[in-house]
Write a protein that binds this ligand. Sequence first.
Ligand code: DGL
Length: 235
Amino acid sequence: MANGYIAVIDSGIGGLTVLKSLVKEFPNENFIYYGDNKNAPYGNYSAFTVRRLTLKILTELFCYDIKFVVIACNTISLCAADLVRGVYKTFCVYPPAELLETKKEYTALLATLSTCDHYKHYKYIRPFPLKYLAGDIERNIFCLDHIDITSHIKKIPKKYKNVILGCTHYGFVENDISIHLKPPKTLNGTKALIAAIKKDRKISINSKNISKNQVIFIGENSKYNFEVWKKVVIN
Ligand code: DGL
């Protein structure tokens, strides 16, 4: 399936921040984007509900020739990646927590409730669950200056030298988070995701431009996600 699509999925618009990096990194590939905006945000649901919604996303993908799937959503990666892996070759975005735990660097993890639940037992990583930020971004994507970061997170203690943006939606307000928290270093999971794709010898990444670098938007929210892509992400 050398010419199939790379499918990028998320609960809503968050995965578009990952899609932007993927398009840049793999310019000879074609992409499909599916965002489940109607049911976003996923981060406050139980794992059971996230899994049920992920099964629905999978049925949408069945109609297309898929080369591999990128789960551009930390919440889905942590709750339901096994379901996607059962059908497609799959790459996931995760908060790069292990790396910083190994380096013994105190790190604040900003993420959804669901994602934060998975990172309770680390010594150097402290989860800061932001219950409403992804939803706020989802609603205000065309007027991001309406979002008041200080209402979502107070200051964090000085010992945290790194801040992980553990939700792909947060990429849209990365600047505001940096201005508010002034962390020495901000990280997300996209770099490791791209490294994992490049390292995998079982998939072939096109080195020649076989067809145009196409991004198609599928599902009931396709028009909306295309608008966000055009007006906010790549403009
Ligand atoms: N963008 C998703 C993530 O990375 C989820 C946000 C949400 O739907 O709560 O976790």
